[in-house]
Design a protein around this ligand. Structure first.
Ligand code: NAD
Ligand code: GLY
Length: 361
């Protein structure tokens, strides 16, 4: 029997003095303590998690820290997007004060993007900034939200309205954690993985296309996650504060944000909305003559093979979606800046006039 070699990879996010490693390895959670000690020294650590993730992984993480003599405290918040709010941030500040965390200590986020974004904002602001470590446990967090330093909470007036750029100093990705993640959440992460192929890595897209199912892809997942992290690291290096090329990561997001906004957050998972948005954006690109004909159909076939949504609810009217898109953060004058594929694996930003966008919906 040929056994697949154990996958271990380290990717650096190159940001000069603020560069940091992303380590990818199965079973890595058990080494959290030694990795933190090695990278950040003999410090105190506050682990933040949610009530789905903590029962599965908190004990392992905390005992790995205790084993190497780190002082550790932990807090468990309710799961879900509603936890990404100012009230949770206040709860975290009170917890950190109570446990006397100082500026040389660290906050560790153990969970998906909700916990990562919230704990990251706490790390950025508590005592004007403490060390921050990401232990992402969803596929979306492993390939996207744990890398790049966007941290935020939501406000009743809008999603991610209150935030900062605050890079972690260490990201530890243990793909074994995905075994307990439900299939729908895995799918949402796969949507983002396919997005990376579309915008920046034709070979990755072709590999996903060739594998053709979640079962066939599973043994390749570590390598695929590493590839996505490497792509994200490149974008973050080139544009850490999201003023230019990093916007390409928003392929499929113009319609996705409008769908989430219209249907209510949580009806479609973000990654699912991105899937529908990518097919639509490929169609816009084809209509504009920028994207080669047939690209949208090809992306749609791949998404369907992985059990991902490709069409929006037909009850959502064009006019309404167009109006919501015109309010998009990327609105420019009478148009909206959209990411359009020039081919699979390459893309560009194009301002599409709002009326034209409505016609193409
Ligand atoms: P999430 O954090 O809500 O996690 C999804 C669900 O899975 C939760 O119920 C969670 O408790 C559970 N879960 C997590 N890991 C698990 C595991 N290993 N086993 C079992 N259950 C597990 O959702 P998400 O998709 O990871 O993140 C979404 C959030 O990320 C949104 O708030 C979004 O705005 C944010 N985000 C941020 C960035 C960024 O750059 N900072 C990028 C993309 C998305
Ligand atoms: N999730 C998009 C970004 O980090 O820019």
């Amino acid at each position: 029997m040929i056994r697949k070699a154990i996958f271990m990879q380290t990717i650096t996010v190159p940001l000069g003095e603020r560069s940091y490693p992303i380590h990818i390895e199965r079973g890595l959670l058990a080494k959290t303590g030694e990795m933190i000690r090695e990278n950040l020294g003999d410090i105190a650590v506050a682990v933040v998690s949610d009530d789905h993730v903590a029962p599965l992984y908190m004990e392992e993480v905390v005992s790995s820290m205790e084993k190497v003599g780190l002082r550790v405290c932990s807090i468990v918040l309710p799961h879900g997007e509603q936890t990404k709010c100012l009230k949770s941030l206040e709860t975290l500040y009170a917890f950190l004060c109570e446990h006397h965390l100082t500026r040389k200590d660290a906050i560790v986020a153990l969970g998906g993007g909700v916990i990562g974004d919230l704990a990251g904002l706490a790390a950025a602001t508590y005592l004007r900034g403490v060390h921050f470590v990401q232990l992402p446990t969803t596929l979306l967090a492993q390939v996207d939200s744990s890398v790049g330093g966007k941290v935020a909470v939501n406000h009743p007036r809008g999603k991610n309205l209150l935030g900062a750029f605050y890079q972690p100093e260490l990201v530890l990705i243990d793909c074994d954690t995905l075994r307990t993640l439900d299939a729908r959440q895995v799918g949402a992460g796969l949507g983002e993985v396919i997005k990376y192929g579309c915008i920046a890595d034709e070979a990755l897209f072709e590999k996903i296309e060739r594998l053709g199912s979640r079962e066939a892809l599973a043994p390749e997942l570590d390598e695929i996650i590493a590839r996505c992290c490497a792509i994200k690291a490149r974008y973050v290096h080139e544009d850490p504060h999201d003023h230019g090329v990093r916007m390409q990561l928003n392929f499929g997001h113009t319609l996705a944000h409008a769908l989430e906004n219209t249907m209510g957050y949580g009806v479609l998972l973000h990654g699912e909305a991105v899937c529908i948005g990518m097919v639509a954006a490929a169609g816009w690109g084809e209509a504009l003559g920028v994207t080669p004909a047939g690209t949208g159909a090809r992306i749609e076939r791949v998404l369907k093979a992985y059990g991902l949504p490709t069409e929006r609810d037909e009850r959502l009217t064009r006019a309404h979606l167009a109006a919501v898109m015109a309010l998009d953060k990327k609105a420019e004058g009478d148009g909206v800046r959209c990411v359009i594929l020039t081919e699979i694996g390459a893309c560009t930003g194009v301002v599409i006039e709002s009326g034209k966008l409505a016609e193409m919906l």
